[in-house]
Design a protein around this ligand. Structure first.
Ligand code: AMP
Length: 518
């Protein structure tokens, strides 16, 4: 028998098995928070959303974009949109209006849901239908459906696209990663298994829900009927406070989140206040390899378990996982942290290889279907039967993948990808810039930060502050250089190509890896 996998299976199960359990505790700082929702209420609101979209004439396969920080309504949309045959397009809410417009246009979204906090900056956003999540404009969309009132869904195909997640990469514009129901389902099941998600879990949504559907963890914790606490913004002390109040057991984040939590923990200790969650919390980290000292501190200062994973939006994302194994029980904290600083061993069903160039390749059932309306880019990434990650790395004798370099022109800062080409394109619009190369340099707080090396145009006065301000007017702030260095020339090959690895080298001297998580 073949029963098509559907992301709605996760919510259906929880609503059947745990209808009266608290499913979601919304963040009270949202403009129109939903408070506490049971699984039964969560399910009826997702179904209600699908019914309302149907009434609005949003057809099967149509795209619905959402631009919002973490919120209960985001959770409902994972199921209310994707679960009933439409395609969710989660958008990074830090993007400028022009950047969001590109994604809305490129994905052909017929509806865009906008959090009230960003409604003003997105006031000029054009879309066939724009709905502000303010509790008024969206009141019908998020109203619970009557029991038994079922939306119409045609024959369901598990290879249909559940979401299109835009990610910055090797092109100036972000590409739309199409994740199918099958991709999301298998990733969630594996992720839940490898991190032992259970029904007693209390999950804190610290990872942005827009980022690869929160790595698919929202599906996994929903399936098990876990209590989920929404966190809109990263604030170390607020995270500790919620961990304490709700008995949180699990959370995910980039290394910058770990740094924020460790800082808040140190501040508490200075005040003689305990940190919560000792021997209870597991924190799953990816985006960049955190320094082993940070990993060690998670264990010694907070008493939490540190789990590293590696993957990309294109891989749903779970490719490898590094979780302390029984054999490491007798090691001291520093030795264990050293072993945990590697990306990890392949998750079940994942094949990892490296090519002659040292690029990491992957195969699995949860590698994406292709980039939305970009067949040539899809062919480049998937054409030879392997997914090309653009990361440089190697596999150790004990089968652990280590990410040691980046082959693609991408900078990862605070867990978000930035295309160097996009930043260079922006700087080239400035009349004072003759040549520019944008590179990532190590940074204690953000892992990497963006540096522009600029050859100024003779006769035009320009300085570092002008160029940074110029970028900040045109791009999301996390994409902007934090420093600019003026150069007389930039190193190029005989054919005139920029030699980025040579330009980066002096800033990474003395490090064994050319990627950094802080
Ligand atoms: P994204 O598609 O935005 O999730 O970014 C994926 C990229 O993040 C990968 O291609 C890597 O460059 C980087 N990345 C993710 N996890 C890790 C990790 N554990 N160690 C090193 N780099 C990572």
């Amino acid at each position: 028998m073949l029963v098509a996998l559907n992301v709605n299976d996760f919510l259906d199960r929880a609503a059947t098995v745990y209808p009266q359990r608290v499913a979601i505790v919304d963040d009270p700082s949202a403009a129109a928070p939903l408070g506490e929702l049971t699984y039964s209420n969560f399910e009826s609101r997702a179904r209600g959303m699908a019914l309302h979209l149907e009434e609005m004439g949003v057809g099967q396969g149509d795209r619905v974009a959402i631009v919002s920080p973490n919120a209960a309504k985001f959770m409902i949309s994972y199921f209310g949109v994707s679960g009933y045959g439409r395609v969710l397009v989660p958008v990074n809410y830090r993007l400028t209006s022009e950047e969001v417009q590109y994604i809305v246009d490129h994905s052909g979204a017929s509806v865009v849901l906008v959090d009230p906090e960003i409604a003003e900056p997105l006031a000029s956003l054009r879309a066939p239908r724009k709905i502000i999540l303010d509790g008024v404009d969206d009141a019908e969309l998020f109203a619970p459906a009557a029991p038994g009132h079922q939306p119409r869904v045609g024959t369901f195909d598990e290879n249909a696209t559940a979401s299109i997640n835009y990610t910055s990469g090797t092109t100036a514009r972000p590409k739309g990663v199409q994740l199918t129901h099958r991709n999301c389902w298998i990733n969630a099941a594996l992720f839940g298994w490898h991190t032992t998600v259970g029904e007693r879990e209390v999950f804190l949504h610290t990872l942005p829900m827009f980022h690869c559907n929160g790595w698919g963890m929202p599906y996994a914790v929903t399936a098990m009927g876990a209590k989920q606490v929404v966190q809109r913004k990263i604030d170390g002390e607020q995270i500790l406070e919620r961990i304490d109040r709700h008995g949180v057991t699990l959370m995910c984040g980039a290394p910058a989140v770990v740094a924020a939590v460790l800082d808040a923990g140190s501040a508490r200790r200075d005040r003689g206040v305990d940190t919560p969650g000792r021997d209870r919390v597991r924190i799953v980290v990816a985006g960049a390899p955190p320094p082993s000292k940070i990993i060690e501190r998670v264990g010694t200062e907070l008493g939490w378990e540190f789990i590293q994973i590696y993957g990309l939006t294109e891989t749903s994302p779970l490719l490898t996982v590094n979780r302390a194994r029984a054999e490491w029980d007798e090691l001291d904290a520093a030795e264990r942290a050293q072993l945990l600083s590697r990306a990890g061993v392949p998750a079940l069903g994942v094949r990892i290889a490296t090519n002659d160039d040292g690029e990491v390749l992957a195969q699995s059932n949860h590698v994406f279907a292709g980039y939305w309306e970009q067949p040539e880019e899809s062919e480049k990434a998937l054409g030879d039967g392997w997914f090309h990650t653009g990361d440089g790395g190697y596999v150790t004798g004990d089968s652990y993948l280590v990410i040691s370099d980046r082959k693609k022109d991408v900078i990862i800062t605070g867990g978000e990808n930035v295309s160097s080409i996009e930043v260079e394109d922006c700087l080239y619009q400035h009349p004072g810039v003759a040549e520019v190369a944008v590179i990532g340099v190590p940074d204690d707080r953000w892992g990497e930060t963006i540096k522009a090396l600029v050859v100024p145009r003779p006769g035009v006065a320009v300085d570092e502050d002008d160029l940074i301000a110029f970028c900040r007017e045109r791009m999301a702030h996390f994409k902007c250089p934090t420093s600019v260095e003026m150069r007389e020339s930039l190193i190029r090959t005989a054919t005139g190509k920029l030699q980025k690895f040579k330009l980066r080298a002096p800033y990474w001297e003395g490090r064994d890896r050319l990627v950094s998580g802080g």
